[in-house]
Ligand binder design. Structure first.
Ligand SMILES: [Fe+2]
Length: 280
């Protein structure tokens, strides 16, 4: 039977996995993995996954199947992914709403799509295609980006809503990405959250980011979550209700207790925001 994903989770990254799995901290109620790290692999990775699955529901978040790519997807990979998701009983899977490759060249960074009707149409077709192949609910994740968009496209939030509607898709809402983009490009992150159809949100990401000397914010997943992102999470949860929240930390990983202190802070925000929702 599928286990319920609820409350606060953490990304099961290799650098913190051993200690996390040994200590099995009760403050974390689920974990997220990148399936690319487990496919075609045995040994320590699969052991880690089995141990994690004994105690927690495991949610998957892909890095390589960018939903806006114009090239055909790698169907062998997607079939392999389908079998893996079925085996670990993933409740849903998520991928980024971006470009990841052009002409068979993969980029390390996730490149934004143009926020146009044409790109929305293509991304929604791709999303439907991937969802059919993996045979699981599929959520798209909003990304951060650093090049300004032209003036003739949609606003970012309207673009995301357009793709969600066309593909009848779920959303992995990354509040740090919205905050970073809002500060870098001068829009109000709360106004973005207000546009999101709440019934589509299955998962939330929070993370920290780096602030460059010139003020540009860069989504590094390598810093502690700042107060403004906690505040935006609180605002978001009051709007969307008790959606599971994941702490993403991929770089510059601190001692586990520091991360668990952030997990505790997330629980406080989650409980306050969602209990208010129950009462109201
Ligand atoms: Fe994210």
């Amino acid at each position: 039977m599928e286990r319920q994903v609820t409350g606060i989770g953490i990304g099961l990254r290799y650098d913190l996995a051993t200690e996390l799995l040994e200590r099995q901290p009760g403050t974390v109620s689920w974990v997220e993995i990148h399936p690319e790290n487990y496919l075609d692999r045995g040994g320590r990775y699969l052991e880690m996954l089995e141990t994690a699955r004994r105690d927690w529901p495991v949610v998957t978040h892909g890095l390589t199947t960018c939903l806006g790519a114009p090239e055909p997807f790698d169907s062998d990979y997607l079939h392999q992914l389908r079998d893996f998701l079925s085996e670990i009983e993933a409740p849903w899977h998520s991928e980024h709403l971006c470009l990841g490759a052009v002409d068979d060249r993969f980029f390390h960074d996730l490149l934004p799509l143009p926020f146009t009707e044409e790109a929305a149409n293509l991304a929604s077709q791709r999303l439907t295609e991937v969802r059919d192949l993996i045979d699981k609910p599929l959520a798209l994740e909003n990304v951060s980006y650093y090049a300004p968009q032209g003036t003739d496209g949609l606003a970012e939030a309207d673009f995301v809503v357009e793709v969600l509607g066309r593909a009848d898709a779920k959303l992995l809402l990354d509040v740090n990405n919205i905050y970073v983009n809002g500060r870098n490009f001068g829009f109000d992150p709360k106004a973005y959250i207000d546009k999101i159809p709440v019934d589509r949100v299955v998962q939330i990401h929070v993370a920290g980011h780096f602030v460059r000397e010139d003020g540009l914010r860069i989504d590094t997943h390598g810093e502690a979550v700042p107060d403004d992102v906690y505040a935006l999470l609180d605002y978001t949860l009051r709007r969307v209700g008790p959606v599971p929240v994941l702490l993403e930390r991929d770089n510059n990983i601190p001692p586990l207790d520091e991360l668990l202190a952030e997990v505790d802070e997330l629980w406080t925000i989650y409980r306050n925001a969602t209990e208010a929702d129950d009462a109201g």
